[in-house]
Ligand binder design. Sequence first.
Ligand code: CO
Length: 215
Amino acid sequence: MRILKYLFDKNRAWAKRVGAQDPEFFTKLSAQQKPEYLWIGCSDSRVPANQIIDLAPGDLFEHRNVANVVVHTDLNCLSVIQYAVEVLKVKHIIVCGHYGCGGVKAAMQHEELGLIDNWLRHIKDVYQKHQTVIEAIADENERVNKTCELNVIEQAHNVCHSTIVQNAWRRGQSLTVHGWIYGLEDGLLRDLKLAISNSDEIAEVYKMATGSSRS
Ligand code: CO
């Protein structure tokens, strides 16, 4: 039996360290969570949400999947968004992709990978929608990175069109949807100039972010 003891050792050392800095930390946090942000990101081990924006436990509600995809019928993702918006009342939903995303790369190739191909189909749809722009780029890495950016914009757009976000805006709830991308090579986030705070802004911001009039 392998019980990964070293991870428990690391956990104890971490809890001790945090407790030494703030003896009330875990007691306060166990009483309630009041995060202001919902993070929708890629499962990639190199993009740990809390760490890259240097936030403590309790500050960020989080949903991660392969290539940060928001599918209108994905009950898992929708449940996270619903709970975050309606119960926790987060003020911001951040869709964050990353350059060099393996999920995006895989979607751009023609190899069969199994079940995940059905998931990656959503990214192939993004590719097809923006095919002219993407294929005009000569360098392969640049093409992947452009697709990573467009994928963030499309998924953030899907968040905006979800019934949950639409209803929140209709109620007058303060909620902004953002599109960001992270660079694995320099550890820095880039804002994709996508920040939508009500239904009226969707078309205009989408057009500016993608350079396309389609929404
Ligand atoms: Co990824």
